[in-house]
Design a protein around this ligand. Sequence first.
Ligand code: PHE
Length: 358
Amino acid sequence: MKLDELDNLKKQALKEILASKDGKSLENLRVKFLGRKGGELTKILRTLKDLPIVEKRKIGPAANALREELEQAFKQKLKELLTSNPQLPTNLDITMPGKKIAVGHLHPLTLVENEIREIFKALNFSVVEGPEAETEHYNFDALNIPKDHPARDMWDTFWLKQETRDKKQETSKKNNTPHVADRLLLRTHTSPVQVRYMETHQPPFQIIVPGRVFRYEATDASHEINFYQVEGLMVGKDITLANFKYVIQEFFSRLFKKTVAIRLRPSYFPFVEPGLEVDVQCVKCGGKGCNVCKESGWLEVMGAGMVHPNVFEAAHYNPRDLQGFAFGLGLERIAMIKYNIPDIRLFYSGDLRFIKQF
Ligand code: PHE
């Protein structure tokens, strides 16, 4: 009779243990069946002493075996609950809305730069970089912008104080020695990397140079004292403006994700001949005229041209053997067009309300 009782108890306990959904109800079950005071099995064990010895010998070991079996089952179930939901609270309401996890944002300039890098990489261009603190030689002289030439006024410059260099310069002036130390500045454009790259590489090649540049200028909605450019340079035996036109047309169409018309206008930069200004048809109004293109239908997006022979010479190339095109675009300008951003100063405002929109 007692044996039947044990058997029933076992069935019921195992069933309930199996069905329990969390640690708390499992613990309640443990108390219910194995608890020192009033546990079902404990109760049965307590009555053993009143039984005749023959019965005791049968039931005693059976009851102990059951205790062990149940303890094992509790342990097993607890392990299962812990591994399947490690820190699940016992009263979790899974229908409650979760807490929003704040994630960071890439700066719109980073987004546009990454996109431009990918487009040019797909067109077989390499991406190279150069120093932000540059020498007068690479920033100006090697780019066919001689000292005291009015063209230098196109790039208002932050000059860097470098005591030893400046002193050397003074002494060389005083002693009237021909050596003048190369002055340091914050590069006013990414074009100096053209010459740096050509000095250490042989054509044919095609590169882009993304980078930060600096100009000593008054700021307004379209001017900043520091901004980003992407320089391009392709050099080979018979590179022509037709190659340039194709590459740049392809680039803008991929960037704005539709075929955009481009327009080349004559312009002047000392390091190219001929020099060009590139316009794209307004991506907002399609050329009809709107506030973005100031009713002109066109957006001015880059300076460009065929590399000037003097620049090839500065890089110790023979200008008779080679031709190339170069271009320089302002990253902010592109981002402003792409995302409809009205003021360049927003990029550097550090205002999270701005950043979080991208
Ligand atoms: N470096 C020029 C600028 O900063 C842009 C440019 C690059 C023009 C290459 C022609 C060729 O304005």
